[in-house]
Design a protein around this ligand. Structure first.
Ligand code: SF4
Ligand code: FES
Length: 248
């Protein structure tokens, strides 16, 4: 395939960026999207030009670092996969593909396609710990009865990889889906109930401090989330937040 690329290039956090055109030939459908970028970078390096910086680590949908806005959609056109799991067979010969970093005030661009998502780390850190007795009399986890539905919902919430696609998809750059997944994975389990009140208040406060927008129930986050995190988590976080606020 021959493909035409329009890629965001930005020297550093303070420079003004712009879209730059590239053409690539000999692209196979079985290549991953990131392999296609590797090939482009090899060509650029051979020509003595600076390669395009983009985030990646696991390349198998686990780490959440490959935050690319592809043709205007976080992680590209296919649902329930990350950019690293996207293959070039999803595109046609002669296609033009735009690649940009995730756009949000709370995710400033560091260079080219790499954004600073440490705001997510700070939200998680604000959530703190869970109380587990490690004094030597630790209760075996399997002896604590947990309703199957709660165990399943907690597990699904814990599938969030912190990629930030929900923020990039949202017209308000809201981080409600991410934060609610992190609140829910603990709120649904007895071990997480001990600090539940402080956790939801602190995480929501940190989310606001970081400059993420409000949720207006558009639902784009759920559609673009590669892990299928449900909007039900936002409803649960709102209930947790209301009850925690009333407790004061
Ligand atoms: S909720 Fe989904 S889109 Fe948002 S950070 Fe988690 S995995 Fe990514
Ligand atoms: S590189 Fe790890 S999820 Fe894509």
């Amino acid at each position: 395939m021959k493909i035409y690329l329009k890629i965001w290039r930005q020297k550093d956090a303070t420079s003004k960026g712009k879209m730059v055109d590239y053409t690539l030939e000999g692209i196979e459908g079985d290549m991953s999207f990131l392999e296609m970028l590797d090939i482009l970078n090899e060509e650029l390096i051979t020509k003595g030009e600076e390669p395009i910086e983009f985030d990646h680590d696991c390349r198998e949908g686990i780490c959440g670092t490959c935050s690319l806005q592809i043709n205007g959609r976080p992680h590209g056109p296919d649902r329930f996969i990350t950019a690293c799991q996207l293959h070039m067979r999803s595109f046609k010969d002669g296609d033009t593909i735009t690649i940009e970093p995730f756009r949000a005030k709370a995710f400033p661009v560091i260079k080219d396609l790499i954004v600073d998502r440490t705001a997510f780390d700070r939200i998680q850190q604000a959530g703190g710990y869970i109380s587990v007795n490690t004094s030597g009399h630790t209760i075996d986890a399997n002896t604590i009865p947990i309703e199957k539905e709660n165990a399943d919902d907690s597990f699904y919430a814990a599938a969030c990889i912190g990629c930030g696609a929900c923020v990039a998809a949202c017209k308000n750059a809201s981080a409600m889906l991410f934060t609610s997944a992190k609140v829910s994975q603990f709120a649904l389990l007895p071990q997480g109930r001990v600090e539940a009140t402080d956790r939801v208040l602190n995480m929501v406060r940190q989310m606001d401090i970081e400059g993420f927008g409000n949720c207006t129930n558009t639902g784009a986050c759920e559609i673009e989330c590669p892990k299928g995190i449900s909007l039900e988590n936002i409803a649960r976080m709102n209930r947790e937040y209301l009850s925690a606020s009333l407790k004061g």
